[in-house]
Design a protein around this ligand. Structure first.
Ligand code: PLP
Ligand code: ZN
Length: 415
């Protein structure tokens, strides 16, 4: 059963019963799902959660579904200490939340879609849709196939080939829109008026976003109930970062986690409306025209940008942004130090964490969590361009010896 009590407008506070609506009908602000936290406190506990299978559904009391799916092992991703990356960045207690290995499509979007599509079914929708910068398309296509639901997926032209292929493979109706994500999103708002579809990030947006809280619940549980001193999270529309903060807040209210976290945001310099708002101190978001290899984060007019910038400042965090060159260098650093191949958004997060540490905005002695949200195999084009080709030799030992000698490899000394 669900402990959801309804929706509440983030600006004017107007309350709504649970329903698929995109925004407040008075002031057009986003709607937030509310729960009966006292009832949750009576029905569940950290010990009960820990006794359940290691996936996102163990936190079901704080998700807005009447029933959670069986056999969908989304979430439950590793939080790993990263001492070698930490040494490179100058942080002594660095952790990586690795959603690059999420089930089934290797990004944190699997969590939001897992909630959104089940909610779509509870509301009686028989067709689902979304606008996407790539990862959401993959996740909706895969999970719609699992449920036998037709899916219409709208993306900007020029996405990474892997993200296009990893949408089409599931038989989804993929439609490319001339323009950038903001054009796609505007079209989807009109589609929502015309077609009776459950559109994951339009009329189901409040429900979809709740799935992101499970990233925060897992981090808290994996750190034994001690919230990290700081967290660095990539921002596109600005939803994920807000939901991780909401998860921490709910756990503190329940008395199930302790500590305050400085929430830090990361963007690509080529699409940095939120980090720019944080740095300039202006409250308002000025929309940008995206130009970056971090296509998954390329939202020039972020729906939750204003709230994300406010959250970052009020939590005592900060925001940074990274150029394309810095993104690729950080993807490589992460891979070489910790053996994790994250997508461009991961490069954004690592590069921005590096800047925040160098600026003294993060305490290098206290626990810092970096959120890695997607898999590097989906953005290969970002790294292959400037990778040296691997050498080719004949199948002869002497060729190998000549090669190693030419590179003065120490391995030769062991012969
Ligand atoms: C969607 C996405 C994000 C952030 O999304 P928000 O719109 O800010 O919630 C971060 N990383 C990746 C890889 C994504 O696909
Ligand atoms: Zn309102």
């Amino acid at each position: 059963m669900s402990f959801e009590t309804g929706l509440r407008c983030r600006d004017c506070g107007k309350q709504f019963r649970p329903q698929p609506i995109a925004a407040c009908d008075e002031c057009f602000a986003p709607l937030e799902i509310e729960y009966d936290l006292e009832a949750v406190g009576r029905a569940a506990s950290p010990a009960l959660w820990a006794s359940r299978p290691r996936d996102m559904w163990r936190y079901r009391e704080l998700l807005p579904l009447d029933a959670v799916p069986a056999n969908l092992p989304t979430g439950g991703t590793p939080l790993i200490p990263a001492p070698r990356l930490g040494r490179a960045l100058g942080a002594r207690r660095l952790f990586l939340k690795n959603d690059a290995v999420n089930f089934p499509t290797l990004s944190f979007k699997d969590r939001v879609v897992a909630v959104a599509l089940r909610k779509a079914q509870e509301f009686g929708f028989t067709t689902v849709a979304c606008s996407s910068t790539g990862n959401l398309a993959n996740a909706v296509a895969a999970q719609a196939a699992m449920l036998g639901l037709p899916a219409y997926i709208f993306v900007p032209t020029g996405l990474e080939p892997a993200k296009v292929a990893a949408t089409l493979i599931y038989g989804a109706h993929l439609i490319q829109i001339e323009g950038n994500y903001d054009h796609v999103n505007r079209l989807c708002a009109e589609i929502a008026q015309r077609f009776p579809w459950g559109i994951v990030n339009v009329n189901l947006r409040s429900y979809y976003a709740e799935g992101s809280k499970t990233v925060g619940f897992e981090i808290a549980e994996q750190l034994g109930g001690e919230l990290p001193a700081a967290l660095v999270c990539p921002m596109a529309g600005g939803s994920l970062i807000g939901k991780i903060a909401k998860a921490f807040r709910e756990l503190r209210q329940l008395g199930w986690a302790r500590g305050e976290t400085a929430i830090c945001g990361a963007q690509a310099t080529g699409c940095s409306p939120i980090s720019t708002a944080v740095k300039s101190g202006r409250g308002e978001i000025e929309p940008q025209r995206p130009q970056t290899i971090a296509r998954s984060l390329a939202i020039g007019n972020p729906a939750d940008g204003f709230y994300a910038a406010k959250l970052v400042r009020e939590s005592g965090g900060w925001a940074e942004d990274a150029s394309d060159g810095e993104i690729v260098a950080a993807m490589r650093l992460l891979a070489e130090t910790e053996g994790i191949f994250a997508e461009t958004a991961g490069g954004v997060t690592v590069a921005c964490a590096q800047k925040l540490l160098a600026q003294g905005r993060l305490d290098p002695d206290r626990p810092i969590v970096l959120v890695l949200t997607g898999n590097g195999l989906k953005t290969l084009d970002a790294v292959v361009a400037d990778q040296a080709a691997a050498p080719v030799i004949r199948p002869r030992l002497q060729d190998l010896e000549a090669l190693l000698a030419a590179h003065s490899e120490p391995a030769l000394a062991t012969a």
